[in-house]
Ligand binder design. Sequence first.
Ligand code: NAP
Length: 253
Amino acid sequence: MSLNMFSLEGKTAVVTGANTGLGQGICVAYAQAGANVIGVARRSCQETADKIAVFSGNFTEVIADLSDISLIPRIVEEAGKAYGRVDILVNNAGIIKRCDAADVTMEDWDSVININEKMVFFLSQAFAKTWIADGKGGKIINIASMLSYQGGIRVPAYTASKSAVMGMTKAMANEWASHNINVNAIAPGYMATNNTENLRKDGQRSEEILSRIPAGRWGTPEDIAGAAIFLASDAAAYVHGFTLAVDGGWLAR
Ligand code: NAP
């Protein structure tokens, strides 16, 4: 076996939510693995670009608000112009709104479902159509969550959306595997990013969470890199519809 099967040399990847957190970590990892990376974000990805420039990797940004489904054709078009054919899509952008279930508004519910679920499906569909048309296949990696498996507390819309991500990953894989399109997901555990800032500031919840993680620490964007590269690479050619937990052992408890 050659380790070249994990290389992303010559491939082009689109990563949503590329300006910070896990998305930024995946962009840097992909560029280190040799890919041309296109970051999609609603604001500048300069920090990500700077991290990739350190080792002279290739990075371009597409600015788009991912709550606006009508922007999908522009995202696909601009991504296609950057380096030629896109080979990999990572649906990473997501939001979380913490609120007692009894008080969740329909507006908040819709905003979470729109970005975490509806955009994930229709952006995947848009790239899959191009891959089905040219017959060359592709890789889709969705970012799921521990709340794809569990209920969580005070985040019911987020749980609904991330449970949907795991389900959609299987549904898309079933239809597109025969087109040489691999659809898989990564379920991060509790990672130190903006997403969990409020949790980490809450002494009691932070302690509860940490004491349940067998690895004994919060995860980092670098912890996602290996799984993200594997699922985007030729090494994952026969992996379809699977959600890979990168969780410090959380689900093993
Ligand atoms: P984060 O730092 O909050 O990153 C979320 C990313 O999504 C940011 O780049 C954010 O952009 C982007 N985003 C949100 N709304 C957007 C919009 N309307 N248009 C464009 N971009 C938008 O948190 P993270 O932890 O890295 O989250 C990345 C993914 O991992 C999310 O899907 C999250 O649910 C998932 N996840 C995280 C954890 C964790 O413990 N951290 C665990 C499981 C799953 P802005 O910076 O502009 O807001």
